[in-house]
Design a protein around this ligand. Structure first.
Ligand SMILES: Cc1ncc(COP(=O)(O)O)c(C=O)c1O
Length: 409
């Protein structure tokens, strides 16, 4: 039994530098939302902003909106807002296509930076799309995939390696790679790095410039709260940008799109990673959503995330049996989620969802709880674990209704 009380949780929230941020979000009453690592919550001001874009910009301005509402710079404006969260300069990030498409562009561009090398190193437990995209890239460019040991990716590096492509924080376990250390190890053999920051950005600050990283990609619908399917960002080190040869040479990545030249000439800088007409509504929602990070110090974000994930681990381990923590306990190896293995993980997650505690399940037996530090509080975790205790004591998770697998788990 834990010595912690709900009052302790309240006191920790009151002392948090992020206190009050939750009020910026429109979370339903009675819901403890622990799925911000899948789909971030809705910032309160976004619906009005989006309605204004639809009615005033699209409805009234019509095609003039490209100039009058500056839609042409939305990719770059969103990139500039994300930049401080990843240790990048504002002009070095752009946003536009899905994560999978962005990964494809970035991986091809990364491999083409080392044309005399044939190996891409990745790890077998990476998010499926990362592996699938790598398989497609390998087939296209006649490369070899080398699946490394997630416990030691550096052991797979040698002078045949063109690209080390890793997901910074693992989607299943929440384990975090040493981004600066592995970047340095890749550079030591002359390889370039491609980091997938989907499970980091917005909760786990990274400093790409300080790490001297090469390329990075990340989604915006998780901890950045851009909304379902919001477009992904891409960053490349300024020293590489004008050498990037990405494979989808669309007109928005052209140096002068409205000159309508016959031949492709890449835009300078990160703009060459853009492909076609930007998704204005999605980018407008994202741009607006990113305002919730205004005035937030990245160190506070990280400190809050670690305090909250520590709290959740302590509460679960001290109050229920049978849950095996698969998230690293060491802070330097942990992202912003807590995952447990349990033989009935699917039923447990479903029973919790029925009680308003929204986490998720990842096959085969993992219950995941994402901790978005801007809107998850210690008291929410306390309440979530109260529900978990009740579910386990009353065996609600064994109810056959919770055994039926939904399409999205
Ligand atoms: C690490 C990682 N990469 C990529 C994706 C998804 O790619 P997309 O946005 O194209 O669906 C996810 C989704 O959860 C992810 O966790």
């Amino acid at each position: 039994m834990t010595h912690l009380t709900r009052e302790d949780a309240e006191a920790r929230d009151a002392a948090s530098p992020l206190r009050g941020r939750r009020e910026l979000f429109d979370l339903p009453d009675g819901v403890v939302y622990l799925c911000g690592n899948s789909l971030g919550a809705l910032p309160r001001h976004v619906p009005d902003r989006l309605a204004a874009v639809v009615r005033r910009e699209w409805g009234s301005e019509l095609v003039r909106g490209w100039n009058s509402a500056d839609w042409t710079h939305l990719n770059a404006r969103c990139g500039a807002r994300i930049a401080p969260l990843i240790g990048a300069a504002p002009e070095d990030v752009t946003v536009g296509d899905s994560t999978s498409v962005t990964l494809f562009k970035a991986m091809v561009a990364a491999a083409r930076l080392r044309p005399d090398r044939r190996v891409v190193v990745l790890e077998p437990t990476t998010f499926p799309t990362d592996g699938y995209v790598a398989q497609g890239v390998a087939a296209l460019l006649d490369l070899e995939l080398r699946w490394c040991d997630p416990a030691d990716p550096a052991a797979s590096l040698d002078e045949d390696v063109a690209v080390l492509a890793l997901t910074h924080v693992d989607f299943r376990s929440g384990a975090m790679f040493d981004l600066p250390g592995l970047t340095a190890a890749a550079h030591a053999v002359g390889a370039v790095t491609l980091w997938d920051l989907c499970h980091s950005t917005g909760a786990v600050p990274v400093d790409l410039a300080a790490a001297d990283a090469d390329l990075a990609v990340g989604c915006t619908y998780k901890y950045l709260n851009g909304g379902p399917g919001s477009p992904a960002f891409v960053w490349a080190a300024p020293r590489l940008q004008d050498s990037l040869d990405q494979p989808i040479t669309g007109w928005w990545g052209h140096a002068a799109p409205f000159e309508m030249h016959r031949d492709f000439e890449p835009a300078p800088g990160i703009q060459r990673m853009v492909v076609g007409t930007p998704p204005v509504l999605a980018l407008s929602a994202l741009e607006s959503a990113l305002e919730v990070f205004d005035g937030v110090a990245t160190a506070d974000l990280r400190a809050a995330s670690l305090a909250l994930t520590d709290h959740l681990v302590e509460l679960v381990e001290s109050r229920v049996d049978g849950f095996e923590l698969i998230t690293p306990r060491e802070h330097e190896r942990r992202g912003s989620q807590v995952s447990f293995r349990h033989p009935d993980a699917y039923g447990v997650v479903q029973a919790l969802i029925a009680r308003g505690v929204v986490g998720d399940f990842r096959t085969p037996d993992v219950a995941r709880f994402g901790v978005a530090p801007l809107y998850v509080r210690h008291v929410d975790l306390w309440d979530a674990v109260e529900h978990l205790v009740t579910v386990m004591e009353s065996e609600e998770h064994l109810d056959p209704a919770y055994a039926r697998r939904l399409a999205v788990t």
